[in-house]
Design a protein around this ligand. Structure first.
Ligand code: ADP
Length: 629
C-alpha cells in the first residue's frame, strides 16, 4: 500500500467544505450519484465504438446499500470505472481545472453568508467527506483486468492498493462520521434521492426491507427509488412544476426559477424531443458575457448522452437557453466533427429557434414584469441575434424592448408603432453612451415638443444592431440626427426666413469649417430645429459614429477618425454673436474664440472628450472677462 499526500489547495478546500458549509452536507449524495451516472454515460458512449466493451454487463444501474451496523453507505455503479492512474489524477486533486476559481467563489460565498450557494455548486466527489470520516473507492475500469482501492481520511492522505472486484464499475464506500447517522436512514436516503436526483436517467436501486409478517426473517429486496423515465420524454401533464424547476436547476446550475420553458415533442422530417428553459435572473455560475464558453442543451441520441453542451443546436445569441434535446434521427457513433455540419441538427436548430422566439413573445405578453427582468439580464445577448441572423432579424426585433423618450417603461417596437398617433412610417432613435447623455441631446427637443417618441439606444451592442436593422415591418428606423427631419410643417413665412438665414450664413459656415479644420468636420450647417441649444455634432449618414469608433479601437482595429457634421442653431445667442462679429471683423480673435468655444461645447454636449481642456477653461474665462462687458 502506498500513501500519498493531497495537493495543498485540495487540503484547503476540504477544510472549508467540512467546517464552514455544514448545513449543506446532504448534497453529498447528489454529487456521488451524479458521478455514477456520468460514469454510466461514459460506458454507454464507449460501447458505441467498442462493441465488446460491455460484455454481459449491459443493464445499467446505481445501487445504494446501507449497513446500519458498520455505519456505511455504499454506492455502486457499473459505469466506465477507473484505472489506477485515473484514481490518482481524478480523486487526488479537486475539480482539476477549476480549483482556484472554486476556492475564490467559495470564499466569497462564505464571506457573503450565502451558505446555500455551495449546494448549487458542483463540489463533486469531495463532498463525501462532509459526512464520512473515511471514504473507500473500489474501482475496475472496463479497460483493465485489475481493480484498485483508494482510501482517504479526506484531510491529508490517501492510499491506493490492489483490490478484488469481479465486475466493471465503481463502489464508493462512505464510513460515516459521528453525528451524521441520520443521513444513513433508509427513509432519508430515499428522500434525498427524490429531492436531488430524481431525474437521473439511470435506475437508482436501494436495498429495502420488505417483509413485515416474517419477523425473524426480514427479507431485503432491491427497489428502484427514482423515476427513470426522463422528464423530457414524459407528457407535459405527467410533470409537476416542482419537477420542471428541479430539472432546470440541475441542467443550468442556476438556483433561481426559470422565466419559462419549452417542452415539446416534434414529429416531422426530423423527430426530436426537447425541454428547454429560458432563465430570468442572472446565473452566477454561467458567464454569459463570453460567447466562447460552452453553451447549449445536452444532446441525447437514442438514450445516450452524446454532448453535454450542443452548441450545434443553438445560435450564440441564444446561449442563455439550457435544457435537453433528444433525437433518434442521428447515428449513435456520430463524431464531434460530423456534428458540426449536420443536416439533422440544422433542422432541429432552426425549429428550436422558432420555438424559442415565439415562446419569448408569449412570455412577454403573459407577464411583463418577469420578462423585463429577463430582458435586463439577457436582452443584450438577444440583440446580437439581429446582427448575426439577417433573415431572422425581424422576429428577433419583435421580442426586444427599448426605453424611450416619452414612455415610462420599456416598450417593444410594435408598441412604439401602436402608440404613435398617426400611421407612422418611421421609428426614431438616438444612440449614445448613457441615458443622461442622450436625454441632453438638443435633437430631442422637437420630439419632446411634438410628443413623438424616440428609442433611446445606449447599450454598446445597439450600435451594431441598428447598423443592420434599418426596417421593422412597415416602418423605417431613423436616427434623429438625420438632417431632413421636420416634425411640423413649416409656414410660408418660416420657410422664407430659413432661406434667408441659409444665404446669410453661407460664408460664415465655410469659415467655421476652416477654423476648426476640414480633417475634423465634413461640413457645418444650420439647423433651426435645435430649440435654444447652441448646436450639435452628428455623424454623416453611413459613417461610423464616435462610440463605434472607440469600440473598434478597443478591439485593436485601426480605424481612421470619422469627420463629423457640426449643426448650428441660427436662433442661439452665441451663434448670433458669431454672425455679428463676422460682419464687423472677419479676422478678429474674438470670432475665432467664439467658433472654438461653440465647437467644444458641441463636443461636450454629446458626451465626447475635449482634446485640450485647458484651452476650454481659458476660453470660458476670456468670455467672462472680455466679451461679456
Ligand atoms: P467532476 O465530477 O466535477 O469532474 P468530481 O470530484 O466529482 O469532479 O470527480 C472527479 C473525477 O473522478 C470525475 O470527473 C471522474 O473522472 C472520476 N469519478 C468520480 N466518480 C466516479 C465513478 N463513480 N466512476 C468513474 N469515475 C468517477
Amino acid at each position: 500500500m502506498t500513501q500519498h499526500n493531497f495537493a495543498a489547495e485540495t487540503g484547503r478546500i476540504l477544510e472549508l467544505l467540512t467546517h464552514s458549509i455544514y448545513s449543506n452536507k446532504e448534497i453529498f449524495l447528489r454529487e456521488l450519484i451524479s458521478n455514477a451516472s456520468d460514469a454510466i454515460d461514459k460506458a454507454r458512449l464507449k460501447a458505441l465504438t467498442d462493441t465488446s466493451f460491455l460484455g454481459d454487463d449491459t443493464h445499467f444501474e446505481i445501487r445504494l446499500h446501507i449497513d446500519a451496523e458498520a455505519k456505511t453507505l455504499t454506492l455502486s455503479d457499473n459505469g466506465i470505472g477507473m484505472t489506477l492512474e485515473e484514481m490518482h489524477s481524478h480523486l487526488g486533486t479537486i475539480a482539476k481545472s477549476g480549483t482556484k476559481e472554486f476556492l475564490e467563489k467559495l470564499q466569497k460565498a462564505k464571506e457573503g453568508g450565502e451558505h446555500n450557494l455551495i449546494g448549487q455548486f458542483g463540489v463533486g466527489f469531495y463532498s463525501a467527506f462532509m459526512v464520512a470520516k473515511q471514504v473507500e473507492v473500489v474501482s475496475r475500469s472496463g479497460l483493465d483486468a485489475k481493480a484498485h482501492r483508494w482510501i482517504s481520511d479526506g484531510k491529508n492522505w490517501y492510499e491506493v492498493e490492489d483490490a478484488q472486484k469481479e465486475t466493471r464499475g465503481t463502489d464508493v464506500i462512505l464510513h460515516f462520521s459521528e453525528g451524521n447517522e441520520e443521513l444513513l436512514k433508509e427513509w432519508k436516503v430515499k428522500e434525498l434521492v427524490k429531492k436531488y436526483s430524481n431525474y437521473v436517467p439511470v435506475p437508482i436501486m436501494l436495498e429495502e426491507e420488505v417483509s413485515e409478517e416474517a419477523k425473524e426473517d426480514t427479507k431485503k429486496e432491491w427497489k428502484q427509488i427514482n423515476e427513470t423515465k426522463a422528464i423530457w420524454k414524459k407528457m407535459k401533464s405527467e410533470v409537476s412544476e416542482e419537477e420542471y424547476k428541479d430539472f432546470y436547476q440541475s441542467v443550468s446550475m442556476d438556483f433561481n426559477a426559470p422565466l419559462g420553458r419549452i417542452h415539446s415533442s416534434t414529429e416531422g422530417v426530423v423527430s426530436y424531443k426537447s425541454l428547454l428553459y429560458i432563465p430570468q435572473e442572472t446565473n452566477m455560475f454561467a458567464d454569459m458575457r463570453d460567447p466562447n464558453k460552452d453553451y447549449g442543451p445536452k444532446l441525447y441520441v437514442q438514450n445516450v448522452l452524446i454532448l453535454e453542451h450542443a452548441k450545434e443546436l443553438l445560435p450564440v445569441w441564444l446561449r442563455f437557453v439550457s435544457g435537453v434535446v433528444e433525437t433518434s434521427d442521428l447515428p449513435l457513433n456520430i463524431s464531434r466533427e460530423m456534428l458540426q455540419s449536420n443536416k439533422t441538427l440544422d433542422t432541429i436548430k432552426k425549429s428550436l429557434i422558432k420555438k424559442i422566439l415565439s415562446e419569448l413573445k408569449k412570455l412577454r405578453k403573459d407577464d411583463w414584469v418577469k420578462y423585463a427582468t429577463f430582458f435586463k439580464n439577457y436582452g443584450n445577448i438577444l440583440k446580437e441575434g439581429v446582427y448575426y441572423e439577417q433573415e431572422l432579424k425581424e422576429s428577433i426585433a419583435e421580442v426586444l424592448e427599448f426605453s424611450t423618450l416619452l414612455g415610462d417603461k420599456n416598450m417593444s417596437l410594435d408598441e412604439y408603432l401602436e402608440k404613435q398617433e398617426w400611421e407612422t412610417k418611421t421609428i426614431y432613435y438616438i444612440t449614445g453612451k448613457s441615458h443622461s447623455e442622450v436625454l441632453a441631446s438638443p435633437y430631442l427637443e422637437q420630439f419632446r415638443a411634438s410628443k413623438v417618441d424616440v428609442l433611446l439606444l445606449t447599450d454598446p451592442i445597439d450600435e451594431w444592431m441598428i447598423g443592420v436593422l434599418d426596417e421593422y415591418k412597415w416602418a423605417k428606423l431613423k436616427s434623429i440626427t438625420s438632417s431632413d427631419i421636420e416634425l411640423t410643417e413649416k409656414t410660408e413665412e418660416e420657410k422664407k426666413k430659413q432661406e434667408k438665414q441659409s444665404k446669410d450664413f453661407k460664408d460664415i459656415l465655410e469659415l467655421i469649417k476652416n477654423t476648426i479644420g476640414s480633417e475634423k468636420l465634413e461640413k457645418v450647417e444650420l439647423n433651426p430645429n435645435l430649440w435654444d441649444a447652441l448646436g450639435a455634432l452628428k455623424t454623416p449618414d453611413g459613417a461610423m459614429n464616435p462610440q463605434m469608433e472607440k469600440m473598434m479601437r478597443a478591439m485593436g482595429q485601426a480605424v481612421p477618425p470619422t469627420k463629423r457634421v457640426l449643426e448650428l442653431n441660427p436662433n442661439n445667442p452665441l451663434v448670433k454673436a458669431m454672425k455679428k462679429e463676422f460682419q464687423s471683423d472677419i479676422k478678429s480673435k474674438k470670432l475665432k474664440d467664439i467658433i472654438s468655444y461653440a465647437y467644444m461645447q458641441a463636443i461636450l454636449l454629446e458626451g465626447g472628450e475635449l482634446e485640450n481642456v485647458t484651452e476650454f477653461v481659458n476660453l470660458t474665462q476670456t468670455f467672462a472677462k472680455d466679451y461679456m462687458k
